[in-house]
Ligand binder design. Structure first.
Ligand code: IMP
Length: 440
């Protein structure tokens, strides 16, 4: 039987999924993305080499592993080709390994222009997006006027669809007082040219994935962003425009929920967020700065400093609920190495009462008073440790505390950016759910 596993962010993104997926991918024949676009940034270190993957699933870094971009992803062809060029220059067989859904939607330059209009309006609170045109592309998808990869690679239909959409966008821009014109013909010509390079990789990836399952192959779904940025379950409106939570893997790939055999979350040993929006455990002082420095917390895509805070148990309980995590990976434990005490938020107090669910509105989340429990720090290096028994006793206690207070098994711990700076705990559910080391 195939192992069909979803790995996704349990917080606001940037949890270290890239490394985790890269590490697990040796056990899978296919790694697939199901949502988001080049707003995601997965950093993977292999020896001295650093790869920042935005659109291409990190499985591409394993020779022989097929990397699939599913129908739920939005694709900027220029960003895709730039990434392909960089990977090919590093000797990776992208043409042989990458498959792109014919149903994935295409981002055009006018999507970025429309995003600027929305984000820049003086009377609105900006979401702090990555300015990649992601939201406006999903808007067109849902409004049923979007252009898909199947259209991009079909010159007969692309021109008509493109001219309709471009005219709509120009009208919208003018209505909002944006004078910026774009060269419609030049963009079309460029997209037709890029389509030539992309065409051989475009196919029906839902069929490809389901055929692979029928043949007993293992598939790893790689979430982008994190659950708290999910369009439905995140801190709306400060979210991304796609279904980052586990349910999105089925809609965004064409693989049925009945096929999924495991759902694994990835969480930092603390928490970060980029962009705007409420953040109950945020540290706005030098302690936050310290976490940022120690954890090198700067956005992989935009370079923006990440906001940092203490581990948030109610938030993790919530994301475990909406995703049904079987087990989680805790990353960046080593960032906490030299702290005397480590506060952990164990409950939310709102208007003097302990909340029993995640509030829906920004106003309510902003009003949360985190209730902290202080745990003793271990004050010794854990960097690179790859065995549970070798961790300092207090680091083990910290992890056990997170496990018991969230109610989710911690099945894997990461103590550094390299593949080998990781431990999958023997006897854990995580170990049982992952296929054996060598795929059959
Ligand atoms: P968008 O996805 O560019 O529309 O941005 C919406 C929100 O999601 C902003 O707060 C971004 O900073 C955040 N975001 C988007 N992609 C990522 C990611 O990969 N990691 C963390 N935050 C992200």
């Amino acid at each position: 039987m195939s192992n069909i596993i979803i790995v996704l962010g349990a917080q606001w993104g940037d949890e270290g999924k890239g490394k985790v997926v890269d590490l697990f991918s040796e056990r899978f024949q296919i790694v697939a993305r199901y949502q988001g676009g080049h707003n995601a940034g997965h950093t993977v270190f292999i020896g001295e080499r650093k790869f920042i993957l935005k659109l291409v699933p990190s499985g591409i870094l394993r020779p022989g592993v097929a990397a699939v971009i599913g129908n739920g992803v939005v694709i900027d062809p220029a960003a895709l080709l730039a990434e392909i060029d960089a990977l090919e220059a590093a000797g990776i067989d992208v043409a042989g390994q990458l498959k792109i859904s014919n149903r994935a939607h295409v981002i055009f330059p006018f999507h970025r222009m429309i995003e600027k209009v929305g984000e820049g309006r003086p009377d609105r609170v900006a979401i702090g997006t990555t300015s990649r045109g992601i939201g406006p592309c999903y808007e067109d998808k849902i409004a049923r006027r979007g252009i898909r990869m199947a259209d991009l690679v079909d010159p007969g239909s692309l021109e008509t669809l493109y001219r309709w959409l471009a005219a709509d966008k120009q009208t919208t821009a003018h209505a909002f007082g944006v004078a910026e014109e774009f060269d419609c013909d030049a963009i079309l010509a460029r997209y037709l040219e890029m389509a030539e390079r992309i065409r051989p990789m475009v196919c029906d990836t839902a069929k490809l994935l389901n055929d692979a399952i029928a043949a007993g192959r293992n598939i790893l779904f790689e979430g982008a962003q994190g659950t708290m940025l999910d369009i439905d379950h995140g801190t709306y409106p400060f979210v991304t425009s796609s279904s980052a939570a586990a349910g999105g893997a089925c809609a965004g790939s064409g693989v049925a929920p009945t096929r999924i055999t495991g759902i694994l979350g990835v969480s930092k040993a603390y928490i970060t967020r980029v962009g705007g929006g409420p953040f109950p455990t945020e540290l706005r002082d030098e302690r936050g700065e310290r976490l940022r420095k120690a954890g090198k917390e700067y956005g992989a895509v935009t370079g923006r400093p990440r906001r940092c805070g203490w581990f948030d148990v109610p938030l993790l309980r919530y994301t475990a609920m909406v995703n049904g995590f079987d087990s989680i990976v805790v990353t960046k434990l080593d960032v906490l190495d030299d702290l005397e005490q480590i506060p952990v938020c164990v409950a939310y107090r709102i208007n003097g009462k302990i909340a029993d669910s995640m509030p829906a509105t920004e106003r309510e989340i902003e009003s949360i008073e985190p209730v902290y429990e202080n745990l003793p720090g271990w004050n010794s290096p854990t960097f690179g440790i790859d065995r549970w028994d070798s961790l300092p006793a207090r680091a083990r206690d910290y992890l056990k505390f997170l496990e018991s207070s969230t109610g989710v098994e911690i099945g894997c711990i990461s103590t550094g950016p390299e593949r080998n700076q990781t431990m999958i705990l023997p006897g854990s559910k995580m170990e049982r759910l992952l296929p054996g080391d060598t795929p059959g």
